[in-house]
Design a protein around this ligand. Structure first.
Ligand code: ACO
Length: 440
């Protein structure tokens, strides 16, 4: 298969076909407008490949997810988040020395400029931590200005990875009115974040192995997901040659929405609502199916996965294991499992291939780790950071890359003469004096 044919207005056109390394097929429409005068219309981009990439592969029909060719199940079972960051950004698994150097760089760039601490104080107490994160990531470009030119890009990648965990933890401390806790150079990336979240000046905090493993797993499972909404945003902003911090800041904003990463917070709020409502799952499934109700089962459905989301499968098991190891229970886990069971037996969900996604069970784990609900999407952002960086870098290094600039089909008014304000006002005044038309 090398060509695709298109007939338009009685004329035939041929377009090249590109086959990916996992046999996915794309029709190359780069010359479509030039040759036919038409564009392809695909709102929501469900059928549109915006780029070629070598980072992450997903087969939504079969529930497959691979980072640089490695199956997510194998990566999640034995890698550290730092290894995954390296793999995604630099394209290969790090050697022992490479990983040690990478770790060393990360710990030596984890502090933020002292002056940035003052920024946190000026946000109102109502500020959502995702808003704070987005603003602070963009603000990094004020301190590391040379990131717009390539010579500092490598260093800025390290700075961003290292500093976002500090910013995320500081935004939490600010929201609860506690003093900021500085990063520690003797801790792993995951442990350091939890230390900055939960230590206080009078009492250190070191996460148990169970919590640390859960955190590592969550970050890895969120690390990349090819051209999703926030990643496409990062690549799109990067395509105009905006710097790394500005590009990733816009990705944070895109992730915040409830249809994307913000769903993890909404899932827990939904499960709490069901619990407070006496646990009537059927009522919520009915509401989700009702075309007149805007309610959706949060954490269900995915643009790409039409079988199961492999991340959700891993997280469901992990949630049960972690709660058992911690010796606690969470009634929300039972509600989630029951809701999943009922929904998956229902023809509405079966016909539409709606399955639990990564956000459905992640909140249960975050709760077990003591993370407050408002921070869930920040946790997602922390995990997604290496993916955003890798994808931004890939876009910037592509010699064929162009500024992202989609087209549209215009359905508005056709050309008409502009009426100046005075004329419009005069017309209105004359109209007011006209006798009102009385219907016959
Ligand atoms: N609950 C009830 N019905 C749903 C749900 C849901 N969660 N998701 C989709 N549907 C229905 C739609 O109403 C639509 O029904 P119709 O064909 O009768 O009109 C059909 O399933 C297809 O849904 P679309 O919205 O067209 O699917 P799309 O691929 O555009 O959206 C999305 C995917 C946004 C994830 C959607 O499933 C959703 O809103 N889910 C809830 C929010 C959520 O969990 N988001 C997190 C996604 S994972 C991530 O971003 C990390």
């Amino acid at each position: 298969m090398t060509k695709a044919k298109l007939s338009l207005d009685g004329k035939d056109y041929e377009f090249p076909v590109l086959v990916g390394s996992e046999d996915e097929v794309g029709i190359d429409f780069t010359t479509l407008r030039k040759t036919t005068g038409a564009i392809s219309l695909d709102p929501g981009y469900g059928n549109t490949g915006s780029c070629t990439s070598t980072i992450t592969f997903i087969n939504g029909e079969k529930g497959i997810l691979q980072y640089r060719g490695y199956p997510i199940e194998e990566v999640a079972a034995s890698a550290s988040f730092e290894e995954v960051c390296f793999l995604l950004i630099y394209g290969h698994l790090p050697s022992v020395d490479e990983l040690a150097t990478f770790h060393d760089k990360l710990i030596h760039h984890s502090m933020i400029h002292e002056a940035m601490k003052d920024f946190f104080q000026d946000f109102p107490p109502t500020a959502h931590p995702m808003m704070v994160l987005s603003a602070m990531v963009a603000s990094l470009s004020a301190y590391y200005t040379r990131g717009a030119v390539d010579e500092d890009v490598d260093l800025n990648i390290i700075r961003l990875l290292a500093k976002v965990k500090t910013i995320a933890a500081f935004s939490y401390k600010k929201s609860i009115g506690q003093p900021f806790i500085y990063p520690r150079n003797d801790l792993s990336y995951t442990k350091d974040f939890l230390h900055m979240m939960f230590a206080v000046p009078s009492e250190p905090y070191l996460p148990s192995d169970v919590r640390d493993r859960a955190h590592n797993l969550l970050l890895i499972l969120h690390a990349d997901h090819e051209q999703n909404c926030s990643t496409s945003t990062v690549r799109m902003v990067g395509s105009s040659q905006s710097n790394l911090f500005a590009s990733v800041s816009s990705g944070v904003s895109a992730l915040w929405g409830p249809l994307h990463g913000g769903a993890n917070q909404k899932v827990i709020e939904m499960l709490e609502q069901i619990r407070d409502d006496g646990g009537d799952y059927e009522k919520y499934v009915r509401m989700a199916k009702d075309p007149d109700s805007p309610f959706r089962l949060m954490g269900f459905g995915h643009r790409v996965y039409k079988n199961f989301d492999p991340r959700a499968t891993i997280l469901k098991e992990a949630a049960a294991d972690v709660l058992a190891e911690l010796g606690t229970t969470d009634p929300l886990l039972e509600i989630a499992k029951n809701l999943e069971r009922i929904a998956l037996e229902d023809p509405y969900f079966v016909d539409r291939k709606l399955y639990p996604n990564v956000d459905f069970y992640s909140g249960i784990l975050y709760r077990a780790m003591g993370i407050p609900t408002e921070m869930f999407t920040v946790m997602f952002a922390l995990g997604r950071l290496p993916g955003w960086i890798a994808q931004w870098k890939e876009g910037r290094e592509d010699p064929k890359a162009k500024i992202s600039r989609p087209r549209q089909i215009y359905l508005g008014a056709t050309q008409r003469p502009f009426v100046p304000l005075e004329e419009r006002a005069a017309k209105k005044a004359t109209k007011a004096e006209e006798p009102e038309l009385v219907p016959a």
